[in-house]
Design a protein around this ligand. Sequence first.
Ligand SMILES: Cc1cc2nc3c(=O)[nH]c(=O)nc-3n(C[C@H](O)[C@H](O)[C@H](O)COP(=O)(O)OP(=O)(O)OC[C@H]3O[C@@H](n4cnc5c(N)ncnc54)[C@H](O)[C@@H]3O)c2cc1C
Length: 401
Amino acid sequence: MESNDILISGAGIAGPALAYWLREAGFHVTVVERAPAPRPGGQTVDLRGAGREVISRMGLMERARAVSVEQRGMAMVNASGRFTARMPADGFDGEGMVSEIEILRGDLGQLLYEATLPDVEYLFDDTVTGLSEDDEGVTVTFEKAADRRFTLVVGADGLHSRVRSLAFGPESEFVRPLDLYTAWFTTTEELELDGWFQMYSAPGGLVASARPGRLPGETKAGLSFRSAPLSYDRRDTAAQQGLLERRFAGLGWHVPRLLRAMRTAPDFFFDSMGQVRLDRWFRGRVALVGDAGYCPTPLTGLGTSLGLVGAYVLAGELATAGDHRVAFENHDRIMRPYVQQAQQLPPGGARSYAPGNALAIRLRDLSMRSMTSWPLRSLFGAQFAKAGNIELPDYDHTAAR
Ligand SMILES: Cc1cc2nc3c(=O)[nH]c(=O)nc-3n(C[C@H](O)[C@H](O)[C@H](O)COP(=O)(O)OP(=O)(O)OC[C@H]3O[C@@H](n4cnc5c(N)ncnc54)[C@H](O)[C@@H]3O)c2cc1C
């Protein structure tokens, strides 16, 4: 085996998962994360199929269940809050739009982070600024920390990956925008959701949603809108909130309260949605995993599974191949079909998630009402079952515990 110092950029989901498995295989791992601590934000992410199996092989299933979110299912509502369509959580045997094990993204990240302690080193509040590769390794420069040498560098730093920009090229070459923007935040507003993940659509491609959080009185909110690419300052939260206020002005349901709550939310997060497509997920001694390499978008419900499975496979191949070039090739080969099918958006794509006019909203509700019945059931069941469409390889260090 080569010398074994590996740098991972990003402590979201894929980063700590990769750190965990690399450490199990005997590597020395450092993770650099731009946020000052594991990021708490986001709504729920679905633990499905092979992603759920990776968590199980980590021995974390019991802890994941302990922090999973109780939910009755997903319901579409109109401006006055009346249900227009619903999908109970137990539809599709727990593998439907709301999966059986829904866990807050922040809780999953925290769980994975804690599982890597104390052996993995974290550099919070920092970022990679330069990568210079030679035959033996990569010299990495950071915004704050001193320069360091690593054998390999892995970008697990999400949709807007810095490592990808530095090693592969500008974001515009690899990210296909969906023309959809989303904000997520937490609020303690009492919204009487009755255990349902409620979603309100308004003409113009506007979607507001709220779902019960894990803690009593906590609500996880979302505001999405369709738009041609916008230019905005990714660090100017107040300007992003102003943009949302203008778009959602005058709407019904709980929107006015959500707009008010957004201004004081501790974890407000706004981003564009896009898919990441690359022909290869490595270049020299640098590789990509999770959203950085193959973001399918939250519309698919499969981003977390891809990140967890990709981390598992990349670590396993690095542990067994003995040569990083072979390991990187193997990760590409094993993951490619799984990623390709996950990136096929569910029927209707962004338009179905955020319909443009009243008729399209009614048709979307109608199709949701038909989902649990033949013949659409098999169509949608196939979408949700994609998470399981990979046979996880077994590696010496990954025996189930
Ligand atoms: C705040 C947040 C909320 C989210 N909410 C949802 C949700 O509600 N539903 C859903 O389906 N998906 C959500 N996602 C996306 C989801 O987490 C991923 O699709 C999936 O879990 C794969 O995770 P990942 O680790 O590859 O990427 P991510 O979870 O995006 O993690 C990337 C990590 O890299 C860090 N990072 C970014 N740039 C740098 C840099 N230059 N240097 C160092 N670190 C950097 C980020 O702070 C983040 O911690 C969210 C992502 C984020 C960041």
